[in-house]
Ligand binder design. Structure first.
Ligand code: EPU
Length: 348
């Protein structure tokens, strides 16, 4: 391969992944490659040095726990670019390459006059990772603004285009965490941003932050919501650049109505959100907090002081230490409330 070949690549042996996961876990990959074109994914996997080895596609590394060195090839998604691809009477269609930083992309859409993603401001990670767990915050899930995505099927090197139905989005869930796991590298995502913009400002924390700001009061503009979301996240959630973490470590569990009534009889303060199907979502952070875990540590792995749903690396924690803490929390919550907490990040 020559350097004029856009799909030529550099394979680095024995690379630390510490800078490539927001927990800051110092696991190593036997081989590492930055993929800057869609074609590089399949090209790397045909290289005789790594052919047949397991692969790990890494975006911003903001939703992963590395529990061991990776005996295979880590593919870091470094594709960039963002643009308006199309507009009609109803919506703007905006595409971004998978390696674009999510928050910078959200800020760019607003600055370009395409609102609709402001509730998802400041979520760590990349555009390409957003569909994998269907990121969500403050009353909005990515799936509601999703149009389609492009991905490379790693085994065949074929490009596929998937719509929302094919991605099978659920709460912090998609096809890519299930049947599609380890099979694709997402290369670009297109969002559909409706021209008839309506604010989503009813989430209690956001409504409060808007009330207390001059700009927000009385006028729910996209910018005011963006600013409120940024302020709330900064106040509650640790910045991964300062304190390693992967956002919420557990999903909020959903229980049936009978279970909910029984729990509420014991715990009148229980924080809950009724679901359309009659079941009830519980705030895992509240349950963990109530079990006394907020701010507690096991070695270098700890529960964040301001949000019990977030586990943090106080420095030098291994993935195994983080999982040990997670298991202790799960055991306590199960024993006390009969509720099984399910981790949100992917465990490797
Ligand atoms: N709570 C406590 N103690 C805590 C943490 C929370 O009592 O230590 C209570 C809060 O007072 C509140 C309720 O639990 O009444 C819910 O807390 P919060 O509003 O902070 O949201 P969350 O349910 O803990 C979810 C998402 C977050 C998202 C926020 C806002 C999940 C797993 N997490 O957290 O998403 O930012 O709502 O929409 O659904 C992520 O997925 O990584 C993430 C950060």
């Amino acid at each position: 391969m020559s350097f004029s070949d856009p799909d030529s690549f550099v394979l680095v042996p024995d690379q630390s992944l510490r800078a490539y996961n927001t927990f800051g876990i110092d696991a190593r990959a036997r081989w590492f490659c930055r993929a800057q074109t869609p074609g590089q994914f399949a090209a790397v996997l045909r290289d005789p040095r790594v052919a047949g080895m397991p692969h790990l596609v890494l975006g911003g590394g903001s939703n992963i726990v590395l529990t061991r060195d990776f005996d295979g090839v880590a593919l870091h998604v470094a594709l960039t670019g963002k643009r308006l691809v199309h507009e009609d009477d109803e919506a703007w269609y905006v595409e971004a390459a998978a390696g674009e930083n999510w928050h910078a992309f959200v800020a760019w859409t607003l600055a370009s006059g395409f609102p609709g993603l402001e509730n998802l401001a400041l979520i760590p990670g990349t555009v390409g990772a957003a569909p994998i767990q269907n990121i969500g915050a403050y009353g909005l899930e990515m799936a509601e603004r999703f149009d389609s995505l492009r991905a490379v099927e790693l085994a065949s090197g074929e490009t596929v285009v998937l719509d929302a139905a094919q991605c099978r989005f659920g709460y912090r869930d998609s096809f890519f965490k299930r049947e599609g796991r380890d099979r694709f590298a997402i290369t670009a995502v297109t969002f559909r941003l409706p021209k008839r913009w309506t604010p989503r400002a009813d989430y209690a924390d956001i409504a409060r932050a808007m009330d207390s700001s001059e700009a927000g009061r009385g006028s729910a503009t996209p910018r005011a919501i963006f600013d409120a979301v940024v302020a709330v996240r900064r106040a509650k959630l640790p910045d991964p650049a300062v304190l390693g973490n992967a956002g919420s470590f557990f999903k909020n569990p959903v229980v049936d109505a009978a279970m909910f009534e029984a729990l509420r009889a014991r715990e009148p303060q229980l924080v809950s959100y009724p679901q359309a199907d009659g079941r009830v979502k519980l705030a895992a952070g509240w349950l963990i907090d109530r079990c006394g875990w907020k701010g507690r540590a096991m070695g270098a792995a700890a529960v964040h002081e301001r949000q019990a749903l977030v586990l943090v690396n106080r420095g030098g924690a291994t993935g195994a230490a983080i999982l040990a803490l997670a298991r202790a929390i799960q055991d306590d919550v199960r024993t006390r409330y009969g509720v099984q907490l399910e981790p949100e990040p992917i465990v490797v």
